[in-house]
Design a protein around this ligand. Structure first.
Ligand code: GYE
Length: 331
């Protein structure tokens, strides 16, 4: 589709230049530039992970809204947290000859074959939100998203500071994100690295809660049953933390006090629980990747160089900071 378009554009440009030569001056060039049948629209095929969390809902909205604003035609599909669905969607985008494919890989491994197919079809691929572990980095143009290891470290640093005056053992339970996903792997690793510097910190249980509220609640209930002495919960996202809060209250304990809670994302519901004192600290992970994604897509389709890695800027929130930020929080 785009090849035809560039030919059209080229013809247009020649026509414009000729008009300019004929004495029309700069004016004719500007008038001419918007012309054409409108067939120069970029088509993006986007494969989303699913709708597992508040973060994901905000991310989907950001992508859809920004595509509209950027004038990019978006073909969107929801993989319901299944890699096989994402592979199917990508293959269908290749068949449809979209101009660019963007996707948020549910897990890190197992993408080489389908990415090679896109490369052979000369369709550029942009990774957004989550990374793949492919050795061949020529299989995608860029990766736009957060530094999840850094997020895990920020969570660990808060904990180290919080317990700096204590010599007692700190019993931690961890709710991991989707098994095999980049944010689950990296948030675990960053956190473990920081708390590993002091043997008083002990992770006594660590299990996946699939990034969902329901699973977060279920797994926390099991943790509470088998571990009477939990000091801290580290949840890889707000939703699992919110589910766990229900489990903690159900067990007659006070979240934020009897059990301190650290989460990642900073979506509105999480921020509300933080402001209410039920969560103690949140590491922000921004889902508003849409505008940057559309920008990168335009550049990539135009054959321009883009940086191999674009990292999202993020902060952290204490309970006081959450109260201040809540009224203007976008997601
Ligand atoms: O933290 C979680 C979501 O990949 C950064 O996925 C994203 C994570 C986010 O389900 O809430």
């Amino acid at each position: 589709m785009l090849k035809k378009m560039s030919v059209l554009l080229l013809t247009g440009a020649v026509a414009m230049t000729m008009a300019g030569c004929g004495g029309g001056g700069n004016d004719s060039a500007t008038t001419g530039s918007g012309g054409g049948s409108g067939d120069n629209t970029i088509t993006m095929g986007f494969s989303q992970v699913g709708a597992e969390s508040g973060w994901r809902t905000a991310n989907t909205k950001s992508v859809q809204d920004s595509a509209k604003t950027a004038g990019i035609e978006l073909k969107f599909s929801d993989a319901q947290q299944k890699q096989e669905n994402q592979i199917k969607a990508i293959r269908s985008y290749i068949q449809q000859k979209v101009d660019v494919i963007a996707f948020s890989p549910v897990v890190e491994s197992g993408w080489d074959t389908v990415l090679k197919e896109a490369q052979n079809a000369k369709i550029p691929v942009i990774l957004t939100d989550r990374a793949v572990d492919s050795k061949d980095t020529s299989l995608y143009k860029t990766f736009l998203g957060s530094d999840f290891v850094e997020e895990g470290k920020k969570a660990g640093q808060w904990l180290v500071e919080e317990y700096k005056d204590s010599t007692d053992t700190v019993n931690i339970v961890e709710l991991q994100g989707t098994t095999g996903s980049a944010p689950a792997n990296d948030r675990k690793a960053g956190f473990a690295e920081v708390i590993g510097s002091d043997p008083k910190f002990k992770i006594i249980a660590s299990q996946t809660g699939d990034f969902t509220r329901a699973k977060g609640k279920e797994v926390m209930e099991a943790f509470l049953k088998s571990n009477p002495d939990i000091d801290v919960l580290y949840a890889h996202n707000d939703d699992m933390g919110l589910g766990a809060i229900e489990a903690i209250e159900g067990a007659g304990k006070v979240p934020g006090k009897d059990i301190k809670i650290i989460t990642v994302d900073a979506v509105k519901d999480g921020m509300q629980a933080l402001a209410d004192g039920k969560i103690n600290f949140i590491v922000e992970c921004s889902p508003l990747l849409g505008p940057q994604l559309m920008d990168l897509a335009k550049k990539v389709v135009a054959g321009e160089q883009v940086p191999a890695r674009v990292v999202t800027e993020e902060t952290t929130f204490t309970q006081e900071q959450a109260k201040e930020a809540l009224p203007t929080r976008q997601y």
